[in-house]
Ligand binder design. Sequence first.
Ligand SMILES: CC[C@H](C(=O)O)C(=O)SCCNC(=O)CCNC(=O)[C@H](O)C(C)(C)COP(=O)(O)OP(=O)(O)OC[C@H]1O[C@@H](n2cnc3c(N)ncnc32)[C@H](O)[C@@H]1OP(=O)(O)O
Ligand code: CO
Length: 135
Amino acid sequence: MLTNVEHIGIAVRDIAASNELFAKLLNIQPYKSEAVESEGVTTSFFRVNQTKIELLEATNPDSPIARFLEKKGEGIHHVAFEVENIEAEMERLKAEGFTLLNEVPKRGADNKLVCFLHPKATNGVLIELCQEIKE
Ligand SMILES: CC[C@H](C(=O)O)C(=O)SCCNC(=O)CCNC(=O)[C@H](O)C(C)(C)COP(=O)(O)OP(=O)(O)OC[C@H]1O[C@@H](n2cnc3c(N)ncnc32)[C@H](O)[C@@H]1OP(=O)(O)O
Ligand SMILES: [Co+2]
């Protein structure tokens, strides 16, 4: 079950400058900055009521964010949905014909397990599934 839009991922070239811009826009400070080495990104998170804005800057040229910026420039990169059981959702979506970009849930930012669906199978929108990691 997809319960809510957990975050909207925005690709940016300069996360320090974008932190200032979004802090002005939202009138709040980011609650977290976190690097995710496996994804070649550094992120910062702003909480906006039930959802979040995730800013993403590439930390190496092979990062998905670097390739996205090269091709499309700054902008909305993905929409992340919160799920209660990521494995069950991955199985359901695979059976429905969606293309999973990772067959096993992987560690994301903000204490989550994540999986991505190929945008070609979702009308050109990169979709991320997120499940909170309960300690
Ligand atoms: C996990 C940490 C954090 C979190 O929230 O926890 C994150 O969100 S990390 C976010 C960064 N990580 C990822 O995005 C992982 C999943 N992404 C991928 O595997 C790739 O980026 C992929 C497969 C979506 C695209 O790979 P690549 O750019 O190497 O391939 P192409 O350039 O050939 O793209 C293929 C096709 O897809 C279109 N595309 C690419 N990125 C996006 C996007 N973000 N949204 C929509 N469409 C996208 C691209 O334009 C190509 O289409 P075409 O019509 O052929 O031009
Ligand atoms: Co994300």
